[in-house]
Design a protein around this ligand. Structure first.
Ligand SMILES: Cc1cc2nc3c(=O)[nH]c(=O)nc-3n(C[C@H](O)[C@H](O)[C@H](O)COP(=O)(O)O)c2cc1C
Length: 200
């Protein structure tokens, strides 16, 4: 049965997902197991992408060797917290995402909307993998995990270190784990409705 938005989440869920949740910069030494990462993907893969293209590819960097490979790709200010985080997700975008469209959008020849059109491919890959990164962030919060998204990294260095032979580029990193509240920074103001929105 399809459940729709007719069943709002309760106030505690709004706190967990939005109102009390913060970006985290310090981490408890508590691991995140494989089953949790599978649950994370099972949630994050469900919200929409254009033509169900799903261009994001996730690399869960958890092992010590993989963390060592990540270290030199990071901006200096992101090194210590990323090395301390139980898992760092590399959210990459697959520039050949369209090859899966016969599987993921079989009702029409959606592959032909993209193949051979580099600007359309790049536009779709960036927009939709960024959306998917946000879905990962909210799915993690929904599972009781804390998150720290980052774009302070060298995308070419990440590609060389993790996927030199795949048609992927790195979009975002997200530290995931159980946050130590001592690393939370004060909330900066968000824009008001009047500043950011118009009803036409
Ligand atoms: C796409 C993105 C990139 C970010 N990059 C970095 C980064 O490289 N380093 C860092 O310390 N914080 C980074 N941040 C953290 C933001 O500054 C932080 O999420 C924002 O100020 C909101 O903080 P709050 O959730 O505690 O209110 C990034 C956040 C996002 C969403």
């Amino acid at each position: 049965m399809t459940q729709t938005a007719s069943r709002p989440v309760d106030a505690a869920a709004l706190d967990t997902l939005f109102l009390q949740a913060h970006t985290h910069n310090a981490w408890h030494d508590r691991p995140v197991d494989d089953a949790t990462l599978h649950r994370l993907w099972d949630l994050a893969r469900m919200p929409p992408t254009a033509a169900n293209t799903q261009p994001a590819r996730l690399l869960f960097v958890r092992g010590a060797d993989a963390k060592d490979r990540l270290r030199p790709t990071l901006s200096p200010g992101n090194v210590d917290k990323t090395m301390a985080a139980p898992v760092t997700v590399i959210v990459a975008q697959d520039l050949e995402f369209y090859e899966k469209l016969p599987q993921t959008y079989p009702q029409t020849d959606a592959r032909s909307w993209y193949v051979g059109k580099p600007e359309v491919i790049a536009d779709n890959a960036t927009r939709n993998s960024t959306l998917q990164a946000a879905y990962v962030l909210l799915a993690a919060r929904a599972l009781g995990l804390d998150t720290g998204p980052m774009t302070g990294f060298n995308a070419d260095a990440i590609k060389a270190a993790f996927f030199p032979d795949r048609p992927w580029t790195a979009n975002m990193l997200i530290n995931i784990g159980y946050g130590d509240p001592s690393g939370i920074r004060p909330r900066n103001p968000r824009l008001s409705f009047e500043e950011a929105c118009e009803i036409l």
